[in-house]
Design a protein around this ligand. Structure first.
Ligand SMILES: [Zn+2]
Length: 126
C-alpha cells in the first residue's frame, strides 16, 4: 500500500525587497518621506524623487547612478535648510513627469550639435 505523502510545497521566501524606507521629512517632521529612483535616458544620471505623504513635499533631483536614498535625503535636507525649496514645490504627478522630461531634454540638448534655429520674420500685412 503506497502511502501518499502530502507534498509540502517549499515556500522559498525571497528576502523582502527593501521596503519603501521612510525618512523624516525635513519640512513637517513626520516619518512619511519616501525616496524613489527612476531611470533617465542618460545612463550617467538617474532621477530621484522625494515625496512626503504628510505635507505634500515633492522633489525631483537628477543624481548620479551611485547615489543612494540616504544621499538624496541629505541633499533634500540641505535644500530645506538653505531655503531652496522653491526649487521643488509640491507639484502634481503630471508636473513631476514634465520636470523629468525637461531634465532629460536638457541633458539631451547639451549634446545637441548643429541644430540651428532660424528666426522667422513675420510680416504683418494690413
Ligand atoms: Zn512633510
Amino acid at each position: 500500500m503506497g502511502r501518499r505523502r502530502k507534498r509540502r510545497k517549499k515556500i522559498i521566501r525571497k528576502g523582502p525587497r527593501l521596503p519603501a524606507k521612510f525618512f523624516q521629512c525635513p519640512v513637517c517632521g513626520n516619518i512619511t518621506l519616501t525616496i524613489d529612483f527612476k531611470k533617465s535616458d542618460d545612463p550617467q544620471w538617474k532621477i530621484a524623487e522625494a515625496k512626503c505623504g504628510s505635507c505634500g513635499l515633492h522633489c525631483v533631483f537628477r543624481v548620479r547612478p551611485n547615489v543612494d536614498r540616504v544621499d538624496v535625503y541629505s541633499m533634500l535636507v540641505d535644500m530645506v535648510y538653505e531655503n531652496r525649496l522653491d526649487e521643488c514645490r509640491p507639484v502634481s504627478e503630471e508636473e513631476v513627469e514634465k520636470q523629468i522630461e525637461e531634465i532629460i531634454r536638457e541633458e539631451a540638448g547639451s549634446v545637441d550639435e548643429g541644430a540651428t534655429q532660424e528666426a522667422i520674420g513675420t510680416d504683418e500685412g494690413e
